[in-house]
Ligand binder design. Structure first.
Ligand SMILES: *[C@@H]1O[C@H](CO)[C@@H](O)[C@H](O)[C@H]1NC(C)=O
Ligand SMILES: *[C@@H]1O[C@H](CO)[C@@H](O)[C@H](O)[C@H]1NC(C)=O
Ligand SMILES: *[C@@H]1O[C@H](CO)[C@@H](O)[C@H](O)[C@H]1NC(C)=O
Ligand SMILES: *[C@@H]1O[C@H](CO)[C@@H](O)[C@H](O)[C@H]1NC(C)=O
Ligand SMILES: *[C@@H]1O[C@H](CO)[C@@H](O)[C@H](O)[C@H]1NC(C)=O
Ligand SMILES: *[C@@H]1O[C@H](CO)[C@@H](O)[C@H](O)[C@H]1NC(C)=O
Length: 535
């Protein structure tokens, strides 16, 4: 009897152990099988929509770097235009504004700006005739203009650095030769300025340049010290999260005095995150979210004005590899490091695959120089790219991970969908792709960003719960795991903590399930042992 019982217990134990060890597929993650992560978005790389109040104190705060503006002459009733997007004289000739009539600001001070056209050139004054032309590649003093606003109205005067105001001539030219100081009546020097608001970016560049160094330093110190704290790591560990993915900007490698306008201090914050992570048995993925020159033109890659210059210069790419070297040398020995993500969301339209793969291969070698095991994570290009392109690229040999971002958003396909359509999409399209990629040889698969939000009007709490459940169920299949975007957010549905506290994301249920199965197993075993003893 006793012999049979012992055999039974040991069989039960070993099958239970097997169950656990088979599931342990990601090296370095204890207890859980894979990455169940949360992103620390909007912390060390600023995204205005995550915490809009960061920008509240900037004077003239709707005219930041990259803000798109259009000017209409009040006398001619025509729009100022850089025909062909740049390269010739600026005219005042168009009835309807479009891209040639849209100019991106480079902010020099609260009131001084440089104006950039779509082809990239800046407004300048063209010698003799005082013509304004869009011809200068690199702006300096001569390309700097005061934009003076009439209170909160749209009326503006544009004054050249040397004191002369611009005017719209009847023959459709824009010239720097208005005589004297214009009034606010309908005269040739008065324009109506429109801010094209659906595309203005609020990142680290805009914040730092908008406040100026001293004030920006104060604002960012406050933010970095308080937005994410040790308590958040405690919250995460309690709720079964085992990893954080931490977006950082390239300037972190130049702490404490990064090139202007970036503000030092993010390195010290990252160090703190690592120590909190260690304290709560959480792993860290460092994610290079913003590369020099910007790899996608968005605020979260710290673009100045929406342009993508990363792939256009080998210098930018080499500088990025130096940043990876810096991060790898500093953190690969840290017990909390799980992996390094080489570049977040390169743009498919702007970053050619061969350049990207070559960068990823070199980045892989750099991380391997410091660590044989740290995961090297390569992010899929955003836009319409096939993720298999990275599986076939031979980026490295061991512990390579491909990161895919799953949002049922940012594509007309998802506009005005129903809850059922979204849930169906997760169970069918997402699941099929996951299966296919999990099967592909080579890298592991990571759903490094996803969110319990969609383009559904008035989804009910129940709808959100089902959607969250579907996503967790499907993304749990990914061989490396997943990470929610993002820990904290002004928009509550994007906010992981809000989702957990309000039971919109019933995430811990699967974690609880594991715990409860361990407990019931122990109870069962103990009672068996107990009864065995009584006998
Ligand atoms: C601007 O127009 C003037 C007068 O037509 C012309 O002389 C000048 O070359 C033009 N400049 C550019 C850059 O096209
Ligand atoms: C400023 O520059 C413009 C264009 O060269 C010129 O027409 C104007 O006379 C200058 N004004 C002053 C005050 O120097
Ligand atoms: C989505 O719904 C909104 C509000 O009902 C409507 O204004 C819009 O045109 C719809 N968009 C599409 C692409 O169906
Ligand atoms: C994945 O691989 C298994 C075993 O080779 C195969 O049975 C299955 O059909 C594959 N699934 C997909 C989606 O390719
Ligand atoms: C859905 O997407 C459209 C177009 O991007 C946007 O205007 C709208 O606000 C979104 N609606 C919801 C509920 O997210
Ligand atoms: C969605 O909710 C808003 C605010 O509660 C309400 O005004 C609107 O009519 C609702 N729309 C639909 C389609 O139910």
């Amino acid at each position: 009897m006793e012999f049979v019982f012992k055999q039974w217990v040991s069989a039960l134990f070993s099958s239970f152990w097997l169950l656990f060890s088979v599931a342990l597929s990601v090296e370095g993650i204890k207890g859980n099988s894979k990455v169940r992560g949360v992103n620390l978005g909007g912390w060390l790389v600023i995204e205005g929509w995550i915490k809009p109040s960061l920008f509240d104190g900037i004077p003239n705060g709707d005219m930041l770097d990259g803000t798109e503006v259009q000017f209409k002459s009040v006398t001619l009733q025509k729009y100022v235009s850089a025909e062909n997007g740049g390269g010739s004289n600026v005219t005042v000739s168009m009835d309807v504004p479009s891209s040639w009539e849209t100019f991106r600001l480079w902010r020099v001070s609260e009131t001084q700006f440089q104006l950039r056209c779509t082809e990239g050139q800046f407004w300048t004054i063209d010698g003799q005739g005082s013509f304004v032309s869009a011809t200068k590649e690199a702006p300096a003093t001569d390309e700097t203009f005061y934009i003076k606003r009439l209170g909160k109205s749209s009326r503006v005067h544009i004054q050249h650095q040397n004191g002369t105001y611009l005017q719209a001539l009847p023959e459709s030219q824009l010239t720097a030769d208005y005589q004297g100081e214009p009034g606010w009546d309908d005269n040739a020097a008065t324009f109506k300025m429109a801010i094209v608001s659906n595309n203005n970016i609020h990142g680290d560049f805009q914040l730092a340049d908008g406040y100026g160094h001293a004030k920006a330093k104060q604002v960012l110190e406050e933010h970095r010290n308080n937005f994410i704290t040790k308590d958040d790591f405690k919250f995460l560990s309690i709720h079964g999260i085992n990893t954080v993915r931490i977006p950082v900007g390239w300037w972190i490698a130049f702490d404490p005095d990064p090139p202007a306008p970036f503000i030092g201090g993010s390195l010290a914050a990252l160090d703190k995150a690592f120590s909190w992570a260690e304290a709560y048995n959480i792993k860290c993925i460092i994610d290079l979210h913003a590369a020099p020159g910007s790899q996608n033109g968005m605020e979260h890659s710290a673009s100045r004005d929406g342009s993508v210059n990363w792939p256009k210069s080998q210098h930018n790419i080499d500088k990025t590899l130096d940043v990876i070297d810096f991060l790898a040398s500093r953190y690969t020995k840290h017990p909390a490091l799980l992996g390094i993500e080489l570049l977040n969301e390169p743009s498919v339209a702007e970053v050619p695959l061969d350049k990207l793969v070559s960068y990823y291969q070199k980045g892989y070698q750099i991380v391997r120089k410091y660590s044989p095991t740290a995961y090297v994570i390569v992010c899929q290009r955003i836009g319409n790219a096939n993720p298999l392109e990275l599986y076939q690229a031979n980026i490295g040999f061991t512990n390579i991970v491909v990161d895919l971002h799953y949002y049922n958003l940012f594509d007309t396909f998802f506009v005005n969908t129903t809850a059922a359509q979204n849930i169906d999409y997760v169970y069918k399209s997402r699941a099929a792709q996951l299966q296919q990629l999990n099967n592909a040889s080579g890298p592991l698969l990571f759903i490094g960003e996803w969110v319990n939000e969609w383009n559904v009007t008035n989804g009910s709490k129940k709808d959100y719960q089902k959607y969250g459940e579907a996503q967790l169920e499907v993304y749990n299949v990914a061989s490396f795991g997943w990470a929610y975007w993002t820990l904290k957010n002004d928009r509550k549905h994007w906010d992981f903590e809000w989702n957990i506290r309000n039971n919109y994301l019933e995430f811990s249920s699967s974690f609880r399930l594991q715990i409860s199965s361990v407990i019931s197993f122990l109870v069962l075993t103990c009672s068996y042992l107990f009864f065995q003893h009584i006998w």
